[in-house]
Write a protein that binds this ligand. Structure first.
Ligand SMILES: Cc1cc2nc3c(=O)[nH]c(=O)nc-3n(C[C@H](O)[C@H](O)[C@H](O)COP(=O)(O)OP(=O)(O)OC[C@H]3O[C@@H](n4cnc5c(N)ncnc54)[C@H](O)[C@@H]3O)c2cc1C
Length: 311
């Protein structure tokens, strides 16, 4: 049996590791941080291909991931489906609606639109709650015979020595590891609030004025910011004010009770890096999933396993 080492234990690393196990590989994960400390543990996380390229590939991965979430939907592991209203304009690319099973998406009616949104689709989409889903994935990985090592890797040369194959799922960490000038952070600040009875929605149509609401089982997430090349990991009161202003202006509810303010840096690239390394051919890169790691993770993982199975 061939061995594969996955570097990284965020959503991309864990899903890659599990699919590789399901495809018959012996898998080890090496990561600087266990899943609890990763970006993946801080976020929404709703199924929506936001700020990720290239669309032809990411829509395909998103559709595979959608089917996997559908197959394993269970509130106990943090996977549920909910109606999600998504704003668009004449310039938006709405290809994502083709990834939803027929009949699960429709044009929103005028009386369903939050203030400031002119047009939107409503689709039934997966919600992955990281606090339940990541531990579930990690336990599943261990139960399948996987090994975990807590270690920071310093170079690609070191990565290449880790196994017959190595999958690089280091998210923004790949910037230093691969000296990747294309990879950069897109800073997202979000407010984790007392749970409200609200519809979940997003308005990604106005750069610099992102607004979204994700209603989860125990809280409601209100986002957010979309600042390119911003490495600031501190929470900024001015951003909290702007997010609240946009939320209050949507007219659906006023003054949410904030439990926690969080910041995460989306690992953004002009396109997801999904290829063998040209210098170290045992390394396959799987990073740079921007604002949609959860949305595409299972699809990328399936394609990685298919590629390695054929190689
Ligand atoms: C505010 C916000 C909201 C978001 N909402 C959503 C959403 O609703 N839906 C969605 O699909 N996506 C969402 N995203 C995007 C999503 O969070 C990311 O795309 C995803 O978490 C990236 O996962 P990853 O596994 O690549 O990276 P990470 O979660 O960052 O994991 C990287 C792993 O690599 C390890 N690592 C890094 N460098 C090294 C090294 N040198 N040696 C060893 N290990 C290393 C880390 O320790 C970690 O284990 C959101 C992002 C933000 C910021």
């Amino acid at each position: 049996m061939k061995s594969v080492t996955v570097v990284g234990s965020g959503i991309i690393g864990l899903t890659s590791a599990i699919i590789l196990q399901e495809s018959g590989f012996e898998v080890k994960i090496v990561a600087k941080e266990k899943f609890e400390k990763t970006l993946s543990n801080k976020v929404g996380a709703i199924w929506f291909p936001y700020e990720i390229q290239p669309i032809e590939k990411t829509n395909f991965w998103a559709s595979l991931a959608y089917k996997r979430y559908l197959a394993e939907a269970n509130p106990e592991i943090g996977i549920t489906f909910l109606p999600f209203l998504n704003a668009y304009t004449d310039k938006s690319n709405n290809d994502w609606i083709k990834q939803l099973p027929l009949g699960k998406v429709r044009e929103a009616r005028k009386n369903e639109l939050p203030q400031g949104i002119e047009m939107a689709f409503i689709g039934e989409v997966p919600l992955a709650e990281p606090r339940l889903y990541l531990p579930y994935l990690f336990e599943k990985f261990l139960a399948n015979g996987g090994l975990f090592e807590n270690r920071e890797i310093g170079s690609l040369e070191e990565v290449s020595g880790l196994g017959d194959w190595v999958i690089n799922c280091t998210g923004l960490g790949a910037k230093a590891l691969c000296e990747d000038n294309d990879l950069h952070p897109m800073r997202g600040q979000i407010l984790r609030c007392e749970k409200m009875e609200l519809p979940s929605f997003a308005d990604p149509t106005k750069k610099g004025a992102l607004l979204y609401v994700i209603n989860r089982s125990e809280d409601t997430i209100i986002g957010g910011t979309d600042y390119e090349d911003d490495w600031n990991e501190n929470t900024e009161p001015a951003d909290t004010d702007k997010i609240l202003e946009r939320f209050n202006a949507s007219g659906i509810q006023q003054n949410p009770q904030i439990k926690e303010v969080l910041v995460g840096l989306r690992p953004k690239r002009s396109s997801v890096r999904f290829e063998f390394d040209p210098k170290y051919p045992t390394i396959f890169h799987n990073y740079g999933h921007g604002g949609a790691g959860y949305t595409v993770a299972w699809g990328c993982a399936m394609e990685v396993a298919e590629i390695l199975s054929k190689t």
